[in-house]
Design a protein around this ligand. Structure first.
Ligand SMILES: Cc1ncc(COP(=O)(O)O)c(C=O)c1O
Length: 364
């Protein structure tokens, strides 16, 4: 293939734009970086920076960067296993949940197969399916964002993999467990349940993944553990599948030793992590409540660390006017019958207050 051919064939793929970098926006608006509110990526600002800094410093002192990762993988897998009542052989470690998505779509489905996803869903699913040459089939949630397991199964004819985010992004709700289990029990192929936000929800299916042939659960350190910048995620599934994927499909040394060590140390800071999760939940309820009190706004209940809402103005206009005030949220658009949807991360109270004030000005 020539460069021209490659570039032109790549045009069928979209470009992932994470949003304008904070530093660029600050410079453009002539604001200090600290005045820009980054509320578009569901990061976790609740874990004290000082706790994370201490963990990072200790990890940096303990690892030898001259060597490839070694025992750090086993230490982290052991701690994750004990967290989930599993054994280390159930755990697949990767550089972020995105790498687990890539791994599954590169190995458990063949080129040309169909991936079925419950939509709207995390943008990385249609994107990765396209990159891998897979057909992407969508089954929509109803207008209350509810999941109908039987309907999903009816659409699953000829499908190689079913993908479901639970809690879902961008709708933020966690589905009825019974409906999810109908899919897991009724589908013969593989099911990937993305639990990136499970710590903020009410239940997890990790326990089910340990004992079933066809279920993989994705988890991440980017949300509840506040490590989005370090890129650490993992999959949990039965031992045979975990071992086959790790040994035969995953690139060796796919997570840096430093990151593995930080992850293991952070699992020892359980009290701080749980406290941050509780704070997220409290502030989330306050945010939904405050949004609902703004005229023209409808905010949806959330089981995650972000909130989906609609306003009575075009969402692009609301997004752009907030941006001009140094507030970055996420444009979503149409969701299951609701137009003009936007998504905002749950943040500590003083940040949320500034966001709400800016939104009130934009909608006044
Ligand atoms: C539903 C969902 N799954 C997976 C991810 C990827 O997370 P990670 O940062 O671990 O790659 C995200 C990130 O926002 C997400 O929203």
């Amino acid at each position: 293939m020539t460069l021209d051919e490659f570039v032109s064939s790549s045009r069928r793929l979209g470009i992932y734009k994470p949003g304008e970098p904070v530093e660029e926006l600050a410079a453009r608006l002539n604001l200090p970086v600290s005045r820009v509110l980054k509320l578009n990526a569901n990061e976790n600002l609740f874990l004290p920076r000082s706790t994370l800094q201490r963990v990072l410093t200790e990890a940096a002192a303990e690892i030898d960067p001259r060597l490839y990762p070694g025992g750090e993988e086993a230490v982290l897998a052991e701690k994750l296993a004990s967290l989930h009542g599993a054994s280390p052989a159930h755990i697949i470690l990767a550089s972020g949940g995105d790498m687990i998505i890539d791994l599954i779509m590169s190995s458990l489905v063949k080129q040309g197969d169909t991936v079925l996803a419950v939509t709207p869903t995390f943008s990385m699913y249609p994107r990765t399916a396209k990159i891998k040459g897979l057909t992407f089939r969508a089954v929509s949630l109803d207008n209350r964002f509810m999941l109908d397991g039987e309907m999903v199964l009816e659409e699953a004819e000829g499908v190689g993999l079913i993908v479901l985010c639970n809690p879902n992004n961008p709708t933020s709700n966690q589905f009825n467990r019974g409906e999810v289990m109908k899919i897991v029990n009724g589908f013969e192929g593989f099911v990937l349940i993305d639990e990136a936000y499970a710590e903020f929800g009410n239940y997890s299916l990790v326990g089910e993944a340990l004992k079933r042939d066809n279920l993989i659960v994705l988890r991440t350190f980017s949300k509840a553990y506040g490590l989005a910048g370090l890129r650490l995620g993992y999959g949990v599934t039965n031992k045979v599948l975990a071992c086959t994927l790790t040994e035969r499909y995953l690139m060796p040394f796919s997570v840096p030793s430093f990151v593995l060590r930080v992850g293991a140390k952070l699992l020892d800071e359980r009290a701080a992590v749980l406290e941050a999760i509780e704070e997220v939940k409290r502030e989330r309820e306050a945010l939904v409540d405050s949004l609902g009190k703004i005229e023209g706004v409808e905010a949806f209940p959330s089981d995650s660390n972000f909130v989906l809402f609609t306003t009575n103005k075009p969402y692009e206009e609301v997004y752009n006017r907030l941006l001009e005030k140094g507030v970055i949220i996420r444009r979503i658009g149409d969701v299951s019958g609701y137009s003009d949807c936007l998504r905002v991360s749950v943040a500590p109270r003083e940040i949320t207050s500034m966001f709400l004030e800016a939104l009130r000005e934009v909608l006044a």
